[in-house]
Write a protein that binds this ligand. Structure first.
Ligand code: GUN
Ligand code: ZN
Length: 464
């Protein structure tokens, strides 16, 4: 069992997740396959580029035919997918219907028997805002079940799920206790109702509380999150795996995932996408098709869109621009923006523990950008290693890099809108030198003069 981190940005990482079977590159989204009636051919899921899928072991276990086939041929053969197959335990059914017919030990051993690449305990998802006693009791049971699963003679690589409703201290406690056990992955559970209600700020609190106590070397799965708006934000907090049934559920109700959000096929005149489906058909073609064919094609497009989101996140991590991607994505919906505001205002220093500290450049836009982890790292270092700016003459910063003379730089400290105080000798170092800010692109008629003057001339002066 290995999770190797190959690259990082903010608290996000590109990893290689190996539980002994097919290897998965993370961040990755696992499309949900319904073992009774897959909406698309699982081979198409593989062709689009997904390395992993998730299916429900409880549904397989309950159906005599499927159960027998899974035991004989293995779960990969039943779902028709050669890559990584994670299974869930029936906890979701437990949350939806209040009861399941299987116990924890039975479903854990069954997942080993059918060859799951990762199997899940029968954790108890507590709804948001549940009474504290209920959340406490469910965490206790979930942790007991995790311990029982670890002791099972036949067990798959295990997903030990963090619960705790909307109580950050319970999330933290649950994470700390599960973190002691030999898990393959730690899902964060019970967040589907928050995601459905677009309560992104609460999702941020829940994830950050769990991440605080989880072992950093373990991959983290955000259970039931396949929302294109939430994925970049969640990756930035250190979530590595996602799963989604939305591609199929949305397709069944004529909804089309796009950069603009979810669109209704009924109202569309153009497809803003160049996937194989959208290249070949236009919205009217799809509307005129028999339902089954339309649903399959819409589901295929939705999968392509999710693939684009995941691959964009990977590019952003490797390019050191994950924070920029999160700001841009979260701008597309006020609820997502509320999530980012929460992350930036409360957790920037926590993210700074994981973020690379030096990059080519940093883009800053507004107050939210001021919370980005690289700026926290700068402020901490300035206060710590450089001992602050005591005794220096404080000067208002001009145009970057403030054109300070080397010799006088030691006596000066600049007030920088984004960084706070900057000792003169640091003005040509990262991040001071490399901030890309809105005011850097204003037209300056007196540019030559401004550059020589060693200080900002004031807004009036520059707008003359
Ligand atoms: N799927 C969505 N949410 C959950 C959860 O909290 N636990 C499990 N096991 N599966 C889920
Ligand atoms: Zn498309």
């Amino acid at each position: 069992m290995r999770f190797e981190v190959r690259d990082r940005d903010v608290a996000g990482r590109i990893g290689r997740f190996d539980t002994g079977g097919p290897v998965v590159t993370t961040p990755e989204l696992m499309p949900v396959i319904n073992p009774h009636e897959p909406t698309v051919d699982p081979k198409d899921i593989e062709r689009i580029g997904f390395e992993a899928v998730i299916t429900n072991a409880y549904i397989v276990w309950k159906d005599e035919d499927l159960r027998e086939r899974a035991v004989d041929e293995g779960i990969h053969s039943v779902v028709g997918f050669d890559g990584f197959v994670m299974t869930d335990s029936g906890s979701f059914q437990l949350a939806e219907y209040g009861d399941v017919e299987v116990d924890n030990r039975t479903i854990v051993e069954f997942q080993a028997e059918i060859g799951s690449d990762v199997g899940t305990i029968l954790d108890i998802p507590t709804p948001p805002d549940a009474p504290r006693e209920v959340a406490e009791r469910d965490v206790k049971t979930t942790v007991e079940r995790a311990k029982e699963a670890v002791e099972c003679e036949e067990r798959p690589p295990l997903a030990l799920t963090v619960q705790g409703s909307t109580y950050p201290d319970l999330r933290e406690k649950c994470a700390a206790e599960l973190g002691e056990l030999p898990a393959a992955v730690h899902p964060i559970g019970g967040v589907v109702p928050l995601l459905e209600d677009y309560r992104f700020a609460d999702v941020v609190d829940v994830v950050m509380a769990a991440k605080k106590a989880l072992p950093p070397e373990k991959p983290v799965h955000l259970f039931g999150c396949g929302h294109p708006l939430a994925i970049p934000l969640a990756v930035a907090m250190g979530c590595d795996l996602f799963d989604s049934a939305s591609y199929a559920l949305y397709a069944k109700t004529g909804r089309y995932l796009s950069v603009l959000g979810t669109l209704r096929l009924e109202e569309m005149r153009w497809f803003p996408c160049r996937c194989p489906v959208c290249s070949r058909y236009d919205p009217q073609d799809l509307r005129e098709m028999p339902e089954e064919e339309r649903v399959e094609l819409l589901a295929l497009h939705n999968l392509n869109e999710l693939r684009r989101v995941i691959d964009t996140v990977r590019c952003a991590i490797s390019g050191g621009e994950l924070w920029e991607l999160v700001e841009a994505t979260c701008r597309s919906h006020p609820a997502a923006w509320a999530g980012l505001v929460r992350l930036s205002s409360r957790y920037g220093d926590e993210l700074a523990r994981w973020s690379p500290s030096v990059k080519r450049s940093l883009k800053v836009y507004d107050e939210v950008s001021k919370g980005r982890p690289e700026l926290h790292i700068y402020r901490d270092r300035m206060r710590g290693r450089f001992g602050g700016v005591e005794g220096r003459r404080i000067v208002k910063a001009g145009r970057r890099p403030y054109d300070v003379e080397w010799l006088e730089s030691w006596e000066l400290a600049f007030v920088d809108e984004w960084l706070g105080l900057v000792p003169g000798e640091l003005t040509r170092t990262f991040p001071c030198h490399s901030l890309v800010e809105p005011s850097g692109f204003e037209r300056r008629r007196d540019d030559g003069e401004d550059r020589r003057s060693g200080g900002r001339r004031g807004d009036e002066g520059r707008r003359r």
